[in-house]
Design a protein around this ligand. Structure first.
Ligand code: GDP
Ligand code: MG
Ligand code: ZN
Length: 296
């Protein structure tokens, strides 16, 4: 299911109906009172009455994200360009944390790699060391595109999404990977001048039977202070490369920020945990440190 200004496009896949799409249908009126908002990639029940089709029920979600607004994600391709705009590890890491928290597999995709191959390769190997799949690609030269394509095609029956800041090259890359998709792309400067993005909504494409990929609008704000993404207690567990060192620090309640005898800090000093990942940990920790379980 995808959404268009409060109305929805639904792909009918139940027995007998071989995947036709009903366009621009409303949700049941009662959804508004119950504060149910169908999200892109929701699985829904559709009923036909005298007025036509409507969304009658939304199936329980595996997970849901606020930004980008999507449900039931299996995999998130975190797309960042080496240059124009410059990649910020801090933002990518907030997204990996969000993925870990929601049971979504994060994959790092460095775009525009032809602009700085060394930097792209360095970031890719850093993320591979932490255990994530990572790719360096260029839509201009085509390098890395085949490799990424087989990764995406390997996710049979999954819902994946491309996300990252505006101008990172998400839509261009989707068009390169799947010619004919027709994702809207744009110049960054133009977007800023007009004060809005070309792609404001999430678009879901079926790339193979039952395998979906979403293009999402760019966003640059992931506010861990305002939203209850996670608590400080669970944060260390959302960095998988911390796992071997957890529960072994000198203090049982070690926050891994400044304590002596902290194995995480030691691992960073010894180069076993990348410094930029640890910097992201410290930064998110600052954002969530005053949150309490009862505030949820
Ligand atoms: N140099 C270079 N520019 C690219 C590449 N991919 C996309 N771009 C440019 O980056 C800009 C933003 O691309 P777009 O796909 O709209 O980004 P999105 O906002 O992430 O969807 C456009 O001007 C593209 O032409 C690439 O691989 N190399
Ligand atoms: Mg786009
Ligand atoms: Zn510690």
């Amino acid at each position: 299911m995808t959404s268009v200004g409060g109305r929805y496009n639904v792909r009918i896949t139940s027995a007998g109906a071989d995947g036709f799409t009903v366009k621009n249908i409303p949700a049941r009126g009662v959804f508004r009172n119950k504060k149910i908002t169908p999200l892109c990639a929701d699985r829904v029940e559709v009923k036909k009455n005298a007025d036509g089709y409507c969304i009658f029920a939304v199936e329980e979600r595996k997970n849901e994200l606020i930004r980008p607004p999507l449900a039931n994600l299996d995999m998130l391709y975190i797309v960042a360009s080496v240059k124009d705009p410059d990649m910020t590890e801090g933002f990518a890491d907030k997204l990996t944390v969000l993925c870990e928290k929601n049971g979504i597999k994060p994959v790092i995709v460095m775009t525009k790699s032809e602009l700085d191959r060394t930097a792209a390769a360095k970031t890719v190997s850093m993320y591979k060391e932490t255990g994530y799949d990572a790719f360096a690609v260029s839509s201009v030269t085509g390098e890395g595109v085949e490799e990424l394509l087989s990764h995406i095609k390997g996710q049979t029956g999954c819902v994946s999404a491309f996300c990252g800041v505006s101008g990172a090259g998400k839509s261009t890359l989707l068009n390169t990977l799947f010619p004919g998709l027709g994702c809207e792309t744009g110049q960054i400067s133009e977007k800023i001048r007009r004060g809005k993005n070309t792609t404001r909504r999430v678009t879901l494409f079926e790339i193979e039977n039952g395998t979906y990929i979403a293009d999402t609008p760019g966003f640059s704000l992931l506010d861990f202070v305002r939203f209850d993404f996670c608590t400080k207690e669970e944060l260390p567990y959302l960095f998988p490369e911390f796992e071997p060192y957890l529960c072994k620090c000198r203090y049982t309640k070690c926050s891994h920020t400044k304590e002596d005898g902290c194995l995480i800090r030691e691992a960073v000093a010894e180069g076993k945990i990348p410094e930029s990942r640890y910097a992201s940990y410290l930064s998110i920790y600052e954002d969530v440190k005053d949150k309490k379980e009862w505030m949820k």
